[in-house]
Design a protein around this ligand. Structure first.
Ligand SMILES: *Cc1c(COP(=O)(O)O)cnc(C)c1O
Length: 244
């Protein structure tokens, strides 16, 4: 188990390095985030004890279950799943540094209210639906700037960038088109000069398409299966749960 994970991590770092060389980018500019949904704490610990520092969960319940076992190992925790407003109180208990999946004003508003009462702040990325699929979460690209503007008014929420899942396809050019939408949006938002935000992070690319994402400007790639192996649940279980 340990050998497999360490071997897989070596492979991923090599893939990141290759993609950086191909696109004239610096390896240091890309952060590897480990998507740990369904992964046991034993396996997560192996990664954290061997140089990895950034992990993310999709469900508050899983965050909660693993929290005690991981809290004494230095690492940074992000949230990348669909966040229901009734889970806000809970998510704030587990030392999440950044919510990458902020995709609607109602969620921002409720998060802000709760953060205010706790006198703290939260880093957020705006999640964008670049694949135009009903089944995926994320704000419509055409409405993203408006959402960024509105969220920027909440003093407790620090917008740091954008996140997308993109199309799940073997056709690289279709996947690339999604990443290009996110990059273009980042540039458009920077051009708008919106106060109190930064747009430095682009979280895009997963096990199957991280090279394309890096070529298109990703600063964070989110990798699960390529490090920890296949999951028993289909991704739809995480990506369109209770989609209204
Ligand atoms: C599961 C997940 C990933 C990682 O996907 P893999 O294909 O396993 O690398 C990335 N981002 C999100 C939002 C996820 O839910």
């Amino acid at each position: 188990m340990k050998e497999d994970i360490l071997h897989n991590l070596t492979l991923i770092h090599a893939r990141i390095k290759n993609a950086c060389e191909k696109s004239g980018r610096k390896t240091d500019d890309i952060k590897l985030l480990l998507a740990t949904k369904t992964v046991s704490v034993e396996r997560i610990k192996i990664a954290l004890e061997h140089g990895q520092t950034l992990i993310a969960e999709n469900k508050v319940q899983e965050l909660k279950e693993k929290y005690e076992d991981l809290k004494d190992i230095p690492h940074e925790n992000h949230f990348i799943g669909h966040l229901q407003t009734n889970k806000i109180k809970d998510i704030l208990k587990y030392n999440v540094k950044c919510i990458q999946s902020l995709d609607r004003l109602e969620l921002a508003e409720k998060l802000h209210e709760k953060l205010l009462t706790e006198k703290r702040t939260m880093d957020v990325f705006i999640q964008v639906n670049t694949s135009n699929e009903e089944s995926k979460f994320g704000v419509d690209p055409n409405k993203a700037i408006e959402l960024v503007r509105k969220v920027s008014n909440y003093s407790t929420l620090n917008i740091k960038g954008l996140m997308t899942i993109g199309l799940f396809s073997a056709e690289t050019e279709k996947v690339r088109a999604c990443f290009k939408i996110l990059k273009k949006l980042q540039q458009d938002i920077i051009f708008e000069n919106i106060p109190n935000i930064t747009m430095t992070e682009l979280s895009m690319g997963m096990s199957g398409d991280l090279e394309t994402a890096i070529e298109e400007g990703a600063t964070i790639v989110r990798v699960g299966t390529a490090v920890f192996g296949a999951r028993i649940y289909p991704d739809s279980y995480y990506w369109n749960e209770e989609k209204a």
